[in-house]
Design a protein around this ligand. Structure first.
Ligand code: ZN
Length: 159
């Protein structure tokens, strides 16, 4: 069967940036299971997976607009070091913060005196995503998976 809306697909993926550096990979690990057509993966990758079948292999370059979006300067801001309380703060540190659209991951990008510059953009915002994909499995989703909007079972979500 081919991947279509409401299919569950398992993929092996490698994600690289423009420089060819591997950012993330499931090679040698469990396949990534996802529910197709529900925004589980970035849209540019789901578009390419449409109509693919088990055993298919392909590479795709997903522009940032169809990946994690463009970086938004408004999400970069300075906060006083004291806001972190007694926590040790270092450049590159990531933590969860409450944003207008729910929890976001914020990265510390600079520390100057008692001011800490933080970036609320996704770490891959503005990055072209180069995926190498192998489709390992395709099956129908269960009604429960459709109701939850994500996959259960191997490689899947909690229950
Ligand atoms: Zn669930």
């Amino acid at each position: 069967m081919k991947i279509k809306k409401d299919s569950v697909a398992a993929i092996t993926y490698t994600l690289k940036n423009d420089a060819g550096e591997v950012l993330d990979s499931s090679v040698g690990k469990d396949s990534l299971y996802y529910l197709h057509g529900h925004g589980n993966l970035v849209i540019g990758l789901e578009d390419e997976l449409e109509s693919k079948a088990k055993g298919d292999k392909f590479s795709v370059a997903v522009p940032a607009e169809k990946g994690y979006g463009m970086a938004d300067e408004n999400l970069v801001q300075s906060v006083p070091l004291s806001a972190f309380g007694t926590n040790k703060v270092e450049v590159g540190m990531q933590f969860h913060a409450d944003g207008p659209a729910g929890q976001v991951v914020v990265t510390v990008i600079e520390i100057a005196g008692d001011q800490v510059k933080i970036d609320g953009n996704h770490p891959l915002a503005g990055v072209t995503l180069h995926f190498d994909i192998v489709v390992d499995e395709v099956r129908e989703a269960t009604s429960e998976e459709l109701a939850h909007g994500h996959v259960h079972g191997p490689g899947g979500h909690h229950h």
